[in-house]
Design a protein around this ligand. Structure first.
Ligand SMILES: *[C@@H]1O[C@H](CO)[C@@H](O)[C@H](O)[C@H]1NC(C)=O
Ligand SMILES: *[C@@H]1O[C@H](CO)[C@@H](O)[C@H](O)[C@H]1NC(C)=O
Ligand SMILES: *[C@@H]1O[C@H](CO)[C@@H](O)[C@H](O)[C@H]1NC(C)=O
Ligand SMILES: *[C@@H]1O[C@H](CO)[C@@H](O)[C@H](O)[C@H]1NC(C)=O
Length: 204
């Protein structure tokens, strides 16, 4: 088990006084929104390929046409308050896409689904954060042709789902469950990570 990325003391330069106060940080529910690659309809002079990446500072309302067959993130929970002196273990999780349906088949083609696991050393609780499609893989990959629209239409929004627990056997059996880092100085590291995540489109 590799152990990388342990944050050294004083990384944020505020150990001592800051730590003594034992401030807790609420890492507000983070949601990542997939930029919907909306096809530019109509005007051919505006057509461009690949469709330019579009950033949103909020989650666009999904088109009512898109109806999820399975509830998104049914057991989702908010990201818990983590104490300054906690040590968080971070796991890399990987399993074949659609394992529940095709077993290891897509794994042989290296079509994998990735997630991140966290474990608090203080509470011994663990958590999974996955990013996936709101309207299932097929709808995320293939567009719909709608008679009332002259361009292909995608139901391709995705989001991050955070929930309590790590299903060890699911990740281990045909995939990966490996400790990749331990984070001490939690509040400091989270401040930094929060900033980075915000820059990458997570919302807090
Ligand atoms: C794909 O989207 C259509 C249109 O919203 C919906 O009827 C269908 O249930 C979706 N498919 C899945 C597997 O969710
Ligand atoms: C792992 O792959 C095998 C072979 O495809 C399959 O039978 C099994 O159900 C898979 N494991 C899990 C946890 O889905
Ligand atoms: C996560 O917690 C469950 C329940 O305590 C435990 O069975 C499992 O082994 C833990 N997994 C990891 C990777 O910590
Ligand atoms: C936080 O960011 C600062 C400045 O970018 C860096 O020096 C420090 O090592 C980082 N600390 C952690 C714990 O990531």
């Amino acid at each position: 088990m590799a152990q990388v990325g342990s944050a050294g003391p004083g990384a944020c330069g505020r150990r001592g006084a800051g730590a003594a106060r034992r401030t807790t940080w609420r890492w507000a529910p983070a949601l990542l929104w997939l930029a919907t690659a909306a096809a530019v309809a109509g005007d051919p002079s505006r057509r461009q390929w690949p469709v330019p990446y579009k950033r949103f500072s909020f989650r666009p309302e999904p088109d009512p046409y898109c109806q999820a067959k399975y509830t998104f993130c049914p057991t989702g929970s908010p990201i818990p308050v983590m104490k300054d002196d906690d040590v968080i273990e971070v796991f890399r999780l990987q399993a074949p896409v659609w394992e529940f349906k095709y077993g290891d088949l897509l794994g042989h083609l290296k079509i994998m689904h990735d997630a991140i696991g966290f474990r608090s050393t203080l509470t011994e609780k663990n958590y999974t954060m996955e990013w996936y499609e709101l309207f299932q893989l097929g709808n995320c990959t293939f567009p719909h042709l709608r008679p009332e629209m002259n361009a292909p239409f995608w139901c391709n929004q995705g989001a991050a789902c955070f929930f309590e627990g790590i299903d060890d056997s699911h990740w281990k059996e045909n995939g990966t469950l490996v400790l990749v880092a331990t984070i001490s100085e939690v509040s400091c590291a989270l401040k930094n990570e929060t900033k980075k995540l915000a820059e990458h489109g997570f919302l807090f």
